[in-house]
Write a protein that binds this ligand. Structure first.
Ligand code: G3H
Ligand code: 13P
Ligand code: ZN
Length: 335
């Protein structure tokens, strides 16, 4: 059993309380590789932002949870080495799908876990979330739960009403499960194709797709039911069109990739949304830089030659999100 406090990590409780009060959101960036971890830490240190480094099932399969845990421990040391005396870094399990995986992660030093029971019947979601909370709280680990189903491009209707988190359920769900934060569904979805072209309109000037807005009315209802309670927004990549264009220019094929416009994320961050999950934008930043570098330097074969610009591009993107979208820059409790 490793306690996250011994690794220099923190849970989400205090940073979420400050974010809700301050009208900003904490960035939750997924990581699978050393370059992503380095870019996240450099960005968080340069902007003096708290940060959540999260590990998905795909990341555990790719990199191994133990290795990622050691990387998070290294992230704390690296942040200090970069001059940040009191970094606030959370190691979070993203979309844990069983009590066992949540327990495993808590036991190996994660400071926060998500139990995603959104696909389960309501009562079962409460029961497993509660079991995770009871275990996690023994070690002061915080727990994110999920209620409502994230929209998918396969839906006929854009985020049909039935998929949204139901405001009438959230008081019962949070009080009975004891979760520390709640992931909700208000029209975002995972990946780089959040909407089909049919679900969007087209800007007549640029020809670019304009996605439908998030359900801010539902978000407001949720806030009214749970004043001050930390709300989490998954599927929050904005899918920068310049990265998509670079990828397509240098041999990629991402037709009509589309995300959530940043002004909508900015608006969400000012509300009770205090954690914003971003993964796809990091993938796009990395891939765009690698494709460009290799196309322009066909003789290069040392991974450091193309991973360096990839890391730089991700760092630039993380800093942009922190400063211009989430507003978590300068929000460390102590510098
Ligand atoms: O929530 C989804 C994240 O983007 C992680 O996806 O399991 O492919 O790493 P992944
Ligand atoms: P994106 O695919 O929009 O980056 O969402 C990531 C996410 O929600 C991870 O849990
Ligand atoms: Zn997610």
């Amino acid at each position: 059993m490793v306690n996250y406090k011994d690794l220099g990590l923190v849970n989400t409780r205090d940073m979420f309380a400050r974010a809700v009060k301050g009208g900003y959101a904490i960035p939750a960036f997924n990581f699978n590789t050393m370059e992503q971890m380095q870019a996240i830490v450099m960005a968080a240190v340069e902007t003096k932002s708290p940060v959540i480094m999260q590990v998905s099932k795909g990341a555990r399969n790719y990199a191994n949870a133990t290795i990622l845990r050691f990387m998070a421990e290294g992230a704390v040391a690296y942040a200090k080495e970069l001059g940040c005396a009191h970094p606030e870094i959370v190691l979070h399990l993203d979309h844990g799908d069983s009590f066992e995986i949540c327990k495993d992660c808590i036991d190996m030093g994660f400071s926060s876990v998500m139990f995603d029971g959104s696909a389960l019947p309501y009562e079962e979601n409460i029961a497993v979330t509660k079991k995770v909370v009871e275990y996690a709280h023994k070690y002061d680990v915080t727990v994110e739960a999920e209620l409502g189903v994230l929209a998918g491009v396969e839906d006929d209707v854009v985020a049909a009403e039935s998929h949204y988190t139901k405001p009438e359920e959230v008081i019962d769900f949070t009080s009975r499960s004891g979760c520390d934060s709640l992931a909700i569904s208000v029209g975002t979805s995972h990946g780089a194709y959040k909407f089909t072209p049919e679900q969007c309109t087209r800007d007549p000037k640029t020809g670019l797709l304009v996605p439908p807005p998030l359900a801010f009315d539902v978000l407001e209802e949720l806030e009214k039911k749970l004043p001050g309670f930390p709300i989490v927004l998954h599927g929050s990549s904005s899918v920068p069109q310049e990265e998509v264009a670079t990828i397509n220019q240098y041999g990629g094929k991402l037709p009509d990739a589309i995300g959530i416009p940043e002004e909508q994320l900015r608006k969400a961050a000012k509300s009770a949304v205090c954690k914003i999950n971003i993964d796809s934008d990091s993938r796009l930043a990395m891939t765009a830089a690698i494709r460009k570098h290799l196309a322009e330097n066909p003789s290069h074969f040392d991974p450091r030659q193309y991973l360096k610009p990839a890391r730089e591009n991700m760092k630039k993107m993380y800093i942009h999100k922190i400063v211009n979208v989430l507003g978590s820059d300068g929000k460390l409790a102590q510098c």
